[in-house]
Design a protein around this ligand. Structure first.
Ligand code: ADP
Length: 867
């Protein structure tokens, strides 16, 4: 078999070390990919697949992207979860002997993206590492390379807790040891949808030792080092902006499992997957990108420490009452750039002069902000002011060195200010003097030759020249000028004097551009030393921003400052912060709630669509808002600090992991029961709905009893099993409440008001009527219901069936309804429904099918409402 060409040999050797990445192999102005990489990349990037002769009989598949637009292609691949290894020529092709030397200079992976064009500024981009230990515990570390922050948590409560913890963060990639058991690896991949990367060799010392100094446990050090080793391996450089990892004591924060975080739509709405419609969407009145990221972090980790919560609330209150000052503060914050990420770029070495101007402008706002905060007669706000240090030296350095409007490139000059460096000034003088001399020469030559149109110009090929139009050539004296170039209408000349000056100017310019680059890198290094200070200031500013955002949103939406009590939770006229925003003209109906040890379980009944789950979520959201230090939507609130919130709300199937609604329901219920304490809040919405009636009711009742007898957590439990309301007689801590609905001319009207006691009946049939099911069917359902209610639960379905057979599938027997009987839509719905083979469907298929049917039904309801 023929041998590969030497370049292909080089390619294969490098590729062998980067099996799991696309190898972008630099060839001239292109990055080329070969073999499998090329085939896959041409598909993923929609670029043309070609061939190249590699020395063997068969040509090699190849495709490539231009060097200058590579970023877009890299972004596309990385967003899809792939890795890209950038392989550059590391010697000058002109001086190279044989094949030019090439090396991978950076590995870009979903979790290690640093390029600002690939990052969403309002989100963190986390890379995590996970290590497991013989004692069964795990250590999770996550790090945002763009901002340099890392956090570590030691988890002793099993792998499920690890998943919940990781789910809480926008993690793109997880670094593990290849020894992590297969099924855990699979769970990480499937449940979290992340890229897995392996780092088996973990070294502890070296330049990262300082970063681990605060970690008091060998296991934390090992896990953090695994991540740092991987970062070093991918970035091929040291990153000076990385901060020591913050140790997260999980018991310092309100714990929200992944189900609750998703169900409560804290940062993302379930349906649309975006920020819109989430609590974050309502609360985010931050002005800076840093503030927005911090707010998200706070939402994911509400506090337990009353002192810290009160401190935040107190600042919010101060800002709340000072509209004008707050407005000025917001204005000032607007001109603060993303200092956290700027610090990252400085450390990474890809900062340009424009970035430094942004940094300077941001730092120069600090005195204003400090001044504004000092105007308040408020201890905590003044405290924030005193945290702002003005980095005078740094600002002076930036002020004296970097031009105000520099270009993007740091290699073409026009970056460094006059007066910053003597040698540079001399070069610039030389070039300026030369140019002045040339301007004067032009004047002189015009006078001497009497040619008004004579001019001196410059181009790259010929340098400086004197141009004279053909009509005036006769006016030139003989011998003095040397002809250089002929144009249609003019001739261009040079003189020895002019060439001499030109030489000086060009030399000075070249030297000054080179020197500017050197000076710029020096300045960058100096600023690098200030990274911790910049990061510290970024932290303070983000905090101020979030607190002003709380005040702003609280004022705009009429929130009230909550107080925290030990025993009795009471909210007067509470509202759902998100739903009230999407509803038009203040139509949201506020409701009270009281929960204490005497009555710690509220059993909520009421028709579907009446507002049960809204009421439950509302409580959780108010609790969370309070515990992050924000005011809450109500007239008055006395809150308990919850240690954990558990939810089983809505039918968001865990489709990804292929679990059915009922299974998810049971998993969530179990998770709550296993972990909840007296200080926890449990929300269970329609538990048991996913299985047959008796099954479901039995489970629901058993769960309520268990919580009542063994857990004592504050619990809201909604159900459509009317039978459960009888529990009030046996369970002393359970209280019935219901959502009021009224019957009006045979239809149900929802009032969304919570009242004491059980709902007097189930309104399911009324709701079915609203959905415009055929009259005959509704009547039939009422009869069956009656019988079920009158006979006891022994009545079998067949018995009922025989007594009063309804045969609405038989055309002739259906008496024509006023408008139409089974019209087209009904028929379609019925046919599709009956035609489904449920046992032959995946949950995802079932969900899709249901979605289609529901869409049809909704169209139908809408159409009939319009009639
Ligand atoms: P249920 O859980 O009883 O089926 P939901 O809580 O899902 O009902 O509420 C159904 C709809 O009713 C909500 O989407 C909302 O539009 C409306 N709703 C619920 N509570 C209120 C309220 N307090 N005020 C106004 N509208 C409400």
């Amino acid at each position: 078999m023929a041998k590969y060409t030497p370049m292909m040999e080089q390619y294969l050797k490098i590729k062998a070390d980067h099996q799991d990445a696309f190898l972008f192999f630099r060839l001239g102005d292109f990055y080329e990919m070969f073999f499998e990489d090329a085939i896959k990349a041409s598909r993923e990037l929609e670029i043309v697949l070609t061939k190249r002769d590699g020395g063997q009989d068969e040509p090699i598949p190849m495709c490539g992207v231009p060097y200058h637009s590579a970023t877009n292609y890299i972004r596309t691949l990385v967003e899809k979860g792939y890795k890209v290894a950038i392989c550059e020529q590391v010697e000058d092709p002109k001086t190279a002997k044989g094949v030019v030397k090439r090396e991978v200079v950076q590995l870009i992976t979903p979790g290690t993206v640093m390029d600002s064009t690939m990052l969403n500024e309002r989100n963190n981009n986390f890379i995590a590492s996970l290590s497991h230990f013989k004692d069964g515990s795990f250590v999770v570390v996550y790090c945002d390379l763009s901002t340099g922050e890392s956090r570590v948590a030691h988890i002793t409560l099993g792998f499920d807790r690890v998943i919940h913890e990781l789910y809480n963060q926008p993690i793109k990639e997880i670094v593990i040891s290849s020894n992590l058991p297969e099924d855990l690896q699979r769970q990480l991949k499937d449940r979290l949808q992340v890229t897995l990367s392996y780092q088996d060799e973990v070294t502890f010392n070296g330049e990262y030792r300082d970063l681990c100094e605060n970690l008091n446990d060998e296991r934390l050090v090992k896990s953090f080092s695994r991540l740092l080793n991987y970062v070093q391996y991918t970035q091929k450089r040291s990153l000076d902006h990385l901060k020591q990892a913050e140790i997260i004591e999980l018991d310092q924060y309100l714990s929200l499992d992944m189900y609750s975080k998703r169900n409560l739509e804290l940062t993302e709405s379930i349906l649309r997957k975006g920020k819109h419609g989430s609590l974050l969407w309502v609360l985010d009145r931050t002005v800076t990108a840093m503030g927005s990221r911090l707010l998200k972090k706070w939402l994911e980790r509400p506090l337990l420490d009353k002192r810290v919560i009160e401190e935040r609330l107190s600042v919010v209150e101060g800002f709340f009452h000072a509209f004008l000052e707050r407005d000025s503060l917001r204005e000032s914050l607007k001109s603060v750039y993303d200092m956290e990420r700027l610090a990252g770029r400085i450390a990474f070495g890809n900062v340009n002069a424009k970035d430094l101007i942004q940094l300077k402008k941001s730092l120069k706002r600090l005195p204003d902000i400090k001044g504004l905060l000092n105007q308040f007669d408020h201890k905590q706000i003044n405290g924030l002011a005193s945290q702002i240090e003005y980095p005078e030296e740094l600002v002076n350095l930036l002020e004296t060195s970097i031009m105000e409007d520099p270009p993007m490139s740091i290699k073409e000059g026009s970056i460094i200010k006059d007066g910053y460096h003597e040698q540079l000034d001399q070069y610039r003088d030389a070039s300026r003097n030369g140019k002045r001399w040339i301007a004067e020469l032009e004047k002189k030559e015009k006078q001497e030759t009497n040619i008004k149109s004579l001019k001196i110009g410059y181009n790259r090929v010929f340098g400086y020249y004197i141009e004279v139009t053909k009509a005036n050539l006769h006016l030139l004296p003989e011998g003095k000028y040397e002809r250089k170039q002929t144009l249609t209408n003019a001739e261009r000349f040079i003189t020895p004097e002019l060439k001499e000056k030109e030489q000086l100017i060009l030399e000075a310019e070249e030297k000054s551009v080179d020197l500017e680059y050197v000076l710029f890198t020096e300045i960058r290094e100096k600023i690098k030393e200030q990274i911790p200070l910049i990061q510290y200031l970024a932290d303070v500013i983000s905090k101020i921003d979030v607190l002003q955002a709380f005040a702003t949103v609280s004022e705009a939406n009429n929130y009230k400052r909550p107080t925290f009590v030990e025993k009795k939770l009471q909210i007067k006229n509470g509202r759902h912060p998100v739903i009230e925003q999407v509803m038009e003209n203040d139509t949201f109906v506020p409701n009270d709630i009281v929960l204490d040890d005497e009555k710690s379980i509220l059993l909520i009944t009421g028709p579907n669509m009446s507002g049960k789950s809204t009421y439950m979520r509302q409580l959780a959201l108010i609790a969370i808002m309070g515990q992050i230090g924000c005011f809450v939507p109500c007239d008055e609130a006395e809150l308990i600090i919850f240690d954990q919130i558990f939810t089983r709300i809505g039918a968001a199937d865990d489709l990804v992991s292929g679990q059915s609604t009922f299974m998810v329901e049971m998993l969530e219920a179990n998770h709550a029961i296993e972990n909840a304490t007296e200080r926890s809040l449990i929300l269970l919405d329609e538990i048991g709905r996913g299985t047959s009636t008796y099954d479901g009711m039995a489970l629901a009742q058993a769960i309520v009893e268990y919580i009542h007898d063994h857990i004592h957590a504050k619990t809201l439990f909604s159900t459509h099993y009317h039978e459960l309301t009888a529990l009030e007689d046996n369970l002393p801590r359970l209280r019935n409440i219901h959502v009021r609905a009224e019957e009006y001319e045979g239809n149900v009207v929802f009032l969304h008001q919570i009242k004491d006691g059980a709902a007097d009946k189930s309104y399911g049939i009324h709701v079915a009527k609203l959905a415009n099911l055929p009259d005959k069917l509704i009547k039939r359902a009422s009869i069956i219901l009656n019988q079920l209610e009158n006979n006891d639960s022994q009545t079998s379905y067949t018995e009922v069936e025989e007594t009063n057979q309804l045969s609405f599938f038989v055309e002739e027997e259906v008496e024509p309804k006023k408008s139409k009987t089974i019209d087209k839509t009904d028929e379609l719905l019925i046919r599709q429904l009956t035609g489904l083979d449920l046992f032959d469907m995946t949950p995802l298929e079932a969900m899709n099918e249901l979605h289609q049917l529901q869409k049809l039904a909704k169209q139908k309801v809408k159409a009939s409402l319009q009639e």
